[in-house]
Design a protein around this ligand. Sequence first.
Ligand code: ADP
Ligand code: GLC
Length: 481
Amino acid sequence: MRVLFATSEVAPLIKTGGLADVSAALPAALSGMGVDVRILLPGYPQVLKALPHLQAATNIPIQPGFPAARLLASSLPNGVPLLVIECAELYERGGGAYQDEHGLDWPDNALRFGLLSKIAALLSCADSPLDWKPNIVHCNDWQTGLTPAYLHFSDGAVPCVMTVHNLAFQGVFPPQIVTELGLPAECFQPDGVEFYGNLSFMKAGLYYADHITTVSPSYANEIQTDALGFGLQGLLAYRREALTGILNGIDTTEWNPATDPNLVHSYDATDISGKSANKRELQKHMGLHIDPDLPLFGLVGRFTPQKGVDLVLEIAPQLITLPAQLILLGNGDVEMQRTALELSHHYSGQISAYVGFDEALSHLIEAGADIFLMPSRFEPCGLSQMYSQRYGTPPVVHATGGLIDTVLDCNAASLEQGVASGFVFHSMNTSSLLATAQRAVMAYHDKKIWRTLQHNCMVKDFSWRQSATAYYDIYTQLIRR
Ligand code: ADP
Ligand code: GLC
């Protein structure tokens, strides 16, 4: 089985969120099962710089509407082969994968990700310039959403899977882009790529893919509803026979408190004593009062309404009176960043915020915090709450999407059954969040309950094993068909 895995970000080369982690770990898990998988990725400067041994793989014939491009070959640190699209005009510039230095979307994103989609399709059909030909192409989110559409209008195309990591981002562009990107005008209709008068990359993927997956079973149901379908619920409900929710796994090598180089002391489920040294280091590093007994809340994530960061900022002054401490790591919304820094300044020693992206610090927070906060309004899967459980840091989560599928509320029954692994609240408001945080603090002060909870969390199997098999089975069915 040969799989082309097309993605717009992959850890550790370029990362804005969980898609990057999944794009590194799922292909590695598939490789481990004997699948010949190659990742296709744009050649951003961060990628070219991090890969010193890039080799020219092939020139891509000029694609109408796109600048010239070349394919370079390399591999990820985990060994998975990479195909990098070299196109200086579209990818080699400062800023990030999707936005410039000021957080504004690149104005040519349709072209940038149109090219990624186009090349993924080209490598998966009869006129591929590469000798290696996949028998499945796996697309991820809107940035590769046009691939299934291009394939639909190509000869000798292989089956394609479209994975929705987040339906909130859809890649919607003005209608004239359709022909500029070399798509036939006939696909610009409701039964096609048209979405309220515009071109939607995400809709194209959902409409033309042979199979759709999303990253948790609960989210697979939620995206068929008005509340979380972002306008695509009708199409998703219509395609429900071809839609499967497969829970993400985590990279248990990268995220392992027994071997994590970002920690000052390692620990594991059999001996968790080393966790306290990480708490001390975290308190010191973030300028908090060093106190081993005060419960320390941690939050790592994009500062967006999706993540419910606004609720945390609102309750922060009350949270610390429980009493407790709070650490925030994230970036995004300018207003949220400002509030986080203000709180940090005003409650210095009790609240500390770092605005920016810091991989090492994210690991230290997962390990050094006592309780992880993830009150997302919606969450397709969420990886951070799985990392926190593996690090013995029970999460407080809102009952939505993948959070429901990965966290079991701590109560008498779940403790009795040995399955309690965090704290779940159901109403998305500050009083429910605060009450649940308070419940977590009470449990924290009961040493016996807390040790049980931490142990339950740490022994859970969040590996990719089962989920990679689920993808493998879908690929197999599509190839047989
Ligand atoms: P999402 O993909 O919606 O952002 P996930 O929980 O799936 O949410 O994945 C988030 C990933 O990004 C995790 O690996 C998390 O540690 C990381 N992350 C988010 N924000 C930051 C940040 N500011 N610094 C470091 N890592 C971050
Ligand atoms: C998206 C989602 C997140 C998910 C990640 C990886 O960014 O917001 O919930 O874990 O993709 O699939």
